[in-house]
Design a protein around this ligand. Structure first.
Ligand code: 5GP
Length: 199
């Protein structure tokens, strides 16, 4: 049965929130804060072809897959969106878990890059697109260098990407400035609560 035939299913369905923003703005950290403080929010686990960093767990932070496995997911239409990020590895959002979360009425969010957000905008225009912005360019550079997990070459590549990505703010429905992680996470979760007109 489709939602049109079953109005109660349509009413129950939640609205997807897509969080994007420049590299190193803290999207992953804000998403982790939401995960820790708001277990009612469902957060998509992406598939990626990059290697796990120390402490990252398969199925928790990402699904770490081979190039062949990623090819298969793309060919089978298993991904809602996917992109090559920082010209380095492929990342994609498994489609079915998103559908299930939305159908259950749970607040649901994706934390993805700008290219991915643009794809979701085309296929799911009703989603809410949230841009996470650094307090300043200097702060973004400081955070990127401070993370210390990338080589100098990788950092330069990510900064180039970040400069382009900052210009995309106008494509988004809402901007959150990431002054402080907890406050940014709370602002994000507040956007997921149904507005009085939806009730
Ligand atoms: P990292 O390698 O630092 O975990 O993530 C690198 C970038 O990949 C981040 O900007 C993150 O938002 C993006 N990313 C993570 N998962 C996905 C995904 O499923 N799709 C897309 N398009 N980007 C993703």
């Amino acid at each position: 049965m489709t939602d049109a035939q079953d109005p109660s299913a349509a009413a129950r369905r939640s609205r997807l929130v897509v969080l994007a923003g420049p590299t190193a703005v803290g999207k992953g950290t804000v998403a982790a804060e939401v995960r820790a403080t708001h277990p009612e929010v469902w957060i998509s686990v992406s598939a990626t072809t990059r290697q796990p960093r120390p402490g990252e767990e398969n199925g928790v932070h990402y699904w770490f897959v081979s190039d062949d496995e990623f090819d298969r997911m793309v060919a089978d239409g298993d991904l809602l969106e996917w992109a090559v990020v920082h010209k380095a590895a492929r990342y994609g959002t498994p489609r079915q878990p998103v559908d299930l979360a939305l159908a259950s009425g749970r607040p649901a969010m994706l934390e993805i890059d700008l290219q991915g957000a643009r794809q979701v905008r085309r296929t799911m225009p009703d989603a809410l697109f949230v841009f996470l912005k650094p307090p300043s360019w200097e702060e973004l550079v400081r955070r990127l260098v401070g993370r210390g997990t990338e080589s100098a070459e990788e950092r330069t590549r990510r900064l180039e990407t970040a400069r382009e990505e900052l210009a995309a703010e106008t494509e988004f429905d809402v901007t959150i400035v990431n002054h402080e992680i907890h406050a940014a996470a709370e602002e994000l979760v507040a956007l997921m609560k149904p507005s009085p007109t939806d009730l």
